[in-house]
Design a protein around this ligand. Structure first.
Ligand code: NDP
Length: 457
């Protein structure tokens, strides 16, 4: 895949970039390793100060970065601005809580015949982050804020279609006053990742993206015995029970499925509605989907913009055609939008069967799959039959149903009467083929630390 900015709204190539030469890559790795040796000796308080400055830089750069993201991957300008704000929030969260979370944890010294026993959380060193284009600033920040707080050094290999946002990330940490080369962007194709990952100067890796990309990074890292965190795809269930507030559930269902032009790992993608309320919920859901304004993501009134890539659009089109060919009913949308760029209509499909490709895969576009079920058991059983287990959603006022859902749903996150969202204040991650490890909070920060046990006699 060429490293280039191609505007999805027009399909026009705006800027192309040469991948780093071997010499330039070597220089970046050497600088990262040198930075890691000194940065680990800075205090948590110093790092917190730089994180705060980075948040301030983001605040003042909001308009420009948001426009850049919209130009590179097509999210609406309003959502791009919100993404910048969320990144600043995460930086401030770590600045505020990071130092306390890095304090030594005391253990019972007497029990181990010591005068002191504690654990210190120390940085691993240089961490490689392989990131996707869908939330180009947030996905990378979700790695960077905790990693830098913990004293690690970051190398970002961003998706090839968001090179300018990737370069901005490096610029941001420079402007914030972090020591030189603590965070660098590598403009490289995915075929160069193995070389970087196997390099002795790289201690660990994190990847957010597709399952095949995750498998590749995990197997190389496994062979090299380096720790990884993987945040892969999802096909989150959204279960609506008879006690649910149907209008509110339908409203949130539409937002969840169509946010970011339908390209979010934690979007609800499969909708399980209890038969008793299926007719009413379906009517509300279809009407609200049909009401969405599709258009130029720079326009204020636009709710759904284009898909980020042409191949992404073709994939979505194939999933819908396959499902319709095998008997799915189109209740809204169902085709490309007749205009330049990579637009697809927000779509609702019913009568989904296991033979359809979208039944067990992830559709990365604005396509909702509707299932009518007779019980919560049935909804959970079909939901769990899917290989992914990232987020999940239940709409119910019934305490027993909520408890059953939390106990039985196979997912890393369970949201009740709300939409799965990543908050800087909550852990984020999945199970099964959605990956492993956690991001955000102290759990995310400790993924890339050495919990060193200290015993003093
Ligand atoms: P990819 O997984 O291909 O891209 C994500 C990142 O991984 C990019 O930086 C990419 O680099 C890199 N990458 C690609 N192939 C490999 C590999 N073999 N080894 C190591 N790194 C690799 O996602 P796509 O953009 O192609 O999207 C495809 C599907 O992935 C989507 O339809 C969706 O299902 C899923 N996805 C999930 C996301 C999530 O948030 N969980 C985010 C994005 C995609 P490069 O761009 O240079 O290829």
């Amino acid at each position: 895949m060429a490293i280039a900015t191609i505007n999805p709204t027009t399909g026009k190539t705006l800027k192309t970039f040469e991948p780093l030469s071997d010499e330039a890559l070597e220089e970046k790795l050497a600088r990262a390793a040198a930075a890691a040796r000194t940065y680990r000796r800075t205090t948590p308080q110093e790092r917190a100060g730089w994180l705060r400055s980075a948040a301030d830089v983001l605040d003042s750069d909001t308009e420009a970065v948001a426009e850049l993201m919209t130009t590179e991957m097509g999210k609406t300008l309003a959502s791009a601005k919100a993404e910048v704000g969320k990144c600043a929030e995460a930086l401030r969260w770590y600045a505020e809580h990071g130092p306390a979370l890095l304090e030594p944890q005391r253990y019972d010294a007497e029990a181990v015949k010591a005068t002191e026993a504690y654990v210190v959380h120390q940085p691993l060193g240089v961490v490689l982050a392989v990131m996707p284009w869908n939330f180009p600033l947030w996905q990378a920040m979700r790695f960077a804020a905790p990693a830098l707080m913990a004293g690690n050094v970051g190398l970002l290999k961003h998706a090839s279609n968001v090179p300018q946002t990737a370069l901005y990330m490096e610029e941001l940490f420079g402007k914030a006053g972090f020591p030189d080369h603590v965070f660098q962007t590598l403009l490289i194709g995915s075929s160069t990742i193995e070389q970087v990952l196997r390099d002795d100067r790289v201690a660990a890796a994190t990847l957010t993206g597709s399952a095949p990309a995750g498998q590749s990074v995990a197997s190389i890292a496994g062979d090299a015995l380096k720790p990884t965190v993987l945040e892969l795809g999802g096909s989150d269930p959204f279960i609506v029970m008879p006690s649910a507030h149907l209008d509110r559930a339908a409203e949130v269902a539409v937002t969840s499925r169509n946010q970011n032009n339908g390209q979010s790992c934690i979007a609800a993608k499969r909708f399980f509605v209890h038969r008793d309320v299926a007719e009413e919920f379906t009517r509300l859901f279809a009407a609200k989907i049909a009401d969405l304004t599709v258009g130029d993501p720079m326009d204020e009134g636009t709710q759904v913009g284009p898909l980020a890539t042409e191949s992404g659009l073709e994939d979505v089109e194939k999933y819908v055609q396959d499902a319709v060919g095998k008997g799915a009913t189109v209740l809204a949308g169902g085709k490309r939008v007749d205009r330049p760029g990579w637009f697809y209509e927000p779509t609702l499909l019913a009568d989904i069967t296991p033979e359809m490709d979208l039944y067990a895969e992830e559709v990365f576009g604005p396509v909702a799959a509707l299932f009518v079920v007779d019980s919560l058991d049935e909804a959970i059983e079909i939901a769990n039959s899917h290989p992914y287990g990232l987020g999940s959603n239940l709409w119910s006022e019934d305490e027993d149903e909520r408890a059953q859902f939390v106990r039985d749903i196979e997912s890393g996150m369970a949201f009740i009467n709300g939409m799965t969202t990543s908050y800087p204040e909550l852990p984020f991650g999945g199970v099964k083929q959605s990956g492993y490890g956690r991001e955000l909070t102290e759990l995310g920060m400790r993924e890339f630390t050495n919990a060193k046990t200290v015993w003093v006699g």
